[in-house]
Ligand binder design. Structure first.
Ligand code: GLY
Ligand code: MN
Ligand code: MN
Length: 447
């Protein structure tokens, strides 16, 4: 199905911007994703290769995009699955090369049956060959096999490319800065996912199982058009929250515990990545409240500082300062502030990074460093990142007082860097203690 939320002109323009970065007399080959077997003859739901999707909006498996750059011309050619009435009765409609050309704005489109003979001619006499090296070994092998077909023709005066470029970093950099159309989708998927978090809060009570809350999330995503979760949802009651990528989601929820939910929908390929932590019985205990407010203060301070020109390391420093000061005040860290900062002592409890780029992938592409890796990446308008501080104190951590044990908290929002500063895309998922308790109490009152 054609992308309905991003106009075809934007995909055409992306291919042009990409190609303009290639040297003259170059050809780039970019592969679509493939179906992946789950077991025997069933497949996982198809997920397109996100960089291929970024350049095409084309959502069928096995296709190949070929972009040629000459001094005077840029040519985009798509090879895709052929129309096949029998296969389409079983597996669904295919777009076919004729429709692909007109609806997706390619200069040429052919059936995949024609790939091998055509590609040989396209590669012949090009100087530079570009592909996303190392991402998929089978695809690398296909490229090198096509190269061999051209090389053997040297006696006929045909030359093969001698320069090779990994084109992934070029596409990654483009994907890092989101367009207005992309941001509209990201706002929408955040709104859907935020509502799903509120619905999960409303459905939570002792005796319910984690998978039942997961079902609430998935239903809310899907009924709003975000049919898939962007990643496996983490629904972690009590001490399970101290397993960072807990996805078993099979335990019963208990009175007095917190529930950590890290879940986001995927809409038109774009991910939301939201975490909320809240009390299963609707009311934070005093220790839960103290730790929650500390994580929230750290998150708000980091978000507040987001603007063009700053970077993730600076936000990390802000976050470490808030957490360290708070952990000293609560008696969890002992020692002198400056020394504890120097020792990065809060990392004992804040055991992951502060955030990451977000977009078509949940951990989106784009370099975190610049200037040949010597410098942290400076924020620019159009970047979207998560801010997700946490504190994790496992149940068996006997170095702290019993009241803190078994508490895991993370709070995660999705933030757009704007000209003026930032926009928090995660607007409607309750986050303050008062808001969370109000949402949960109003449900208790209505039961
Ligand atoms: N949901 C994965 C992450 O927060 O990075
Ligand atoms: Mn995240
Ligand atoms: Mn997350």
């Amino acid at each position: 199905m054609k992308h309905t939320l991003i106009p075809v002109e934007e995909f055409i323009s992306r291919r042009k911007v990409f190609a303009e970065q290639l040297p003259d007399n170059a050809v780039a080959i970019i592969f679509a994703g493939q179906e992946v077997t789950r077991s025997n003859d069933t497949e996982y739901l198809f997920c397109q290769n996100k960089s291929f999707y970024y350049l095409t909006g084309f959502n069928e498996p096995d296709a190949v995009l070929v972009i040629e750059k000459n001094t005077t011309r840029i040519i985009s050619t798509l090879f895709c699955l052929p129309k096949d009435p029998l296969a389409e009765v079983w597996h669904g409609k295919r777009i076919g090369s004729d429709n692909a050309k007109t609806e997706y704005g390619f200069d040429y489109a052919y059936s995949l049956d024609e790939l091998t003979p055509e590609i040989e001619g396209i590669i012949a006499n090009k100087q530079t060959l570009c592909f996303c090296q190392g991402q998929h070994l089978d695809n690398d092998a296909r490229v090198f096999s096509w190269l061999e077909l051209v090389k053997v023709k040297s006696r006929q005066g045909i030359s093969a490319p001698v320069n090779f470029i990994n084109c992934a970093p070029l596409i990654d950099e483009m994907r890092l800065i989101k367009s207005d159309a992309e941001l509209q989708i990201m706002r929408k998927v955040n709104a859907i996912s935020g509502r799903a978090h509120q619905r999960a809060m409303e459905a939570t009570q002792a005796g319910v199982f984690e998978y039942q809350i997961e079902a609430e999330l998935l239903h809310e995503f899907a009924r709003n058009g975000a049919r898939f979760a962007a990643y496996n949802s983490i629904v972690a009651g009590g001490n399970n929250a101290n397993i960072l990528h807990y996805t078993n989601n099979c335990d019963e929820l208990h009175d007095g515990d917190l529930l950590l939910i890290d879940a986001g929908g995927e809409l038109a390929g774009y991910a939301a990545d939201i975490t909320r932590t809240f009390p299963i019985n609707g009311k934070f205990s005093a220790p839960q409240k103290a730790l929650y407010q500390l994580v929230l203060d750290a998150q708000l301070a980091a978000i507040e500082a987001i603007k063009p020109g700053t970077n993730l390391a600076a936000l990390n420093d802000i976050c470490h300062n808030v957490l360290t000061e708070g952990l000293i005040a609560l008696g969890i860290l002992k020692g002198e502030f400056t020394q504890l900062i120097e020792d990065k002592a809060c990392k004992q409890y804040f055991i992951h990074g502060l955030g990451h780029w977000l977009g078509l992938d949940v951990h989106d592409v784009g370099d975190y460093q610049m200037e040949n890796k010597r410098q942290n990446r400076t924020f620019q308008p159009g970047m979207v990142l998560t801010i997700e501080p946490g504190l994790y104190i496992p149940a068996d951590d006997h170095s702290v007082e019993p009241q803190w044990r078994g508490i895991g908290i993370r709070i995660e929002d999705n933030i757009l860097v704007t000209d003026q500063g930032h926009e928090n895309l995660t607007k409607n998922a309750p986050k303050s203690i008062a808001e969370i308790e109000r949402v949960m109490q109003s449900v208790v009152a209505s039961k």
